[in-house]
Design a protein around this ligand. Sequence first.
Ligand code: AMP
Length: 445
Amino acid sequence: MTFATLGLIEPLLRALETLGYQTPTPVQAQAIPAVLAGRDLMAAAQTGTGKTAGFALPLLQLLTMEGPKVAANSARALILCPTRELAEQVHASVAEYAQHLPLTTYAVYGGVSINPQMMKLRKGVDILVATPGRLIDLFRQNALKLNQLQTLVLDEADRMLDLGFSEELANIYRMLPKKRQTLLFSATFSDEIRLLAGQMLNDPLTVEVSPRNVAASTVKQWVVPVDKKRKPELFVHLMRKGRWKQVLVFAKTRNGVDALVDKLQGLGINADGIHGDKPQATRQRALDRFKSSDVQILVATDVAARGLDIEDLPLVVNFDLPIVAEDYIHRIGRTGRAGNTGEAISLVCADEVNMLSAIEMLTRQTLTRKMEPDFEPEHRVPDTDASGQVVKKPKKPKKPKASGGGGGKRNLGKWVDSGDAAAAEPSIKPVRKVPVFNTGPRKKK
Ligand code: AMP
């Protein structure tokens, strides 16, 4: 199968040739004809499978072939993304695919001045990539009208709910014309997302190119048990032993990112960090320097690193396990992209056993454990497996003591860690709200 047989027009084929895309990926093969046919879509695909081109290519084609010229302060298609970095990245891909088309594209997000964005929108743009909060600000300040909107894309929709954007999504939904095409993309599908899709989509075609919630099979994953306080030392040890060259490291909290970066820099290691407290320009600069290999170790929180596409990233290290089990799939999806192989190593302490168990249950695998000599933990990490059970070893009879911890509990794949959940990023609400929309019948397209 080729992109030409999927019915794409010549200017898009030319752009793809320049980019070296020869064969459509499975999600592209399914999504492109469906979007061209005007269908609503609910697509689940593993990270790094080419989902951006899956929605952007047919969208660009439809905007070229159909619909009026864009009016002032308007957009004909809107792509909503959960983070600024993802918005930038999606916009960069869309602009590349659109290089031979007479269409305008632009990205808006918070953390930077709104005025240049308002100026840019004056003439209108065909495709607007946006984060939800800034989109609403622009709409409320009359810098953007959405009555011309033909297509809405929700990218990483599950993450938008995780980040607490449910109210923003409900507000945006009310701003949209009823007659439109809606495409919902997500690496993982929670039940809340299915509910959201039921409210926002009209007779959607479901595209699911990989089993639900399975991590990329090209990524070799394992766990190194260690005591919490020895994690930095173990990280440096593994880094030197493995001669790591380019590593994306995930820490749970903003403070955790800063502390690890300070420690590494103190040892003369070329490291930088990104998290939500840092100004957008600083985050982007750190990311660009990491991509160009000017920075060797990039330490990030989940919010800052979400959806980043870094070519040929060989290794992801989970310095801390993620607060939300599904984030594990997103994190390790930064490596092993576009058919390359990668490695994902998680440093796990006894406190994190429930998180480990939830990840194993979600990804339906028992992660291999490799003890590192001289770093064997004093606080043993209880055994876990893909059933979600934390297996407690029978203890030697000892004098009776009150038992703590959550061992033996069945895990539901999501938790808030008791310790520093408040400082964790994003601020996770224990119960996620799903937006409630007008449930009146949608007009037929
Ligand atoms: P995505 O899942 O959209 O983030 O894409 C992951 C990576 O795969 C990006 O670097 C894309 O440029 C690349 N990619 C997407 N589709 C193709 C394709 N058909 N052939 C080769 N590379 C692709």
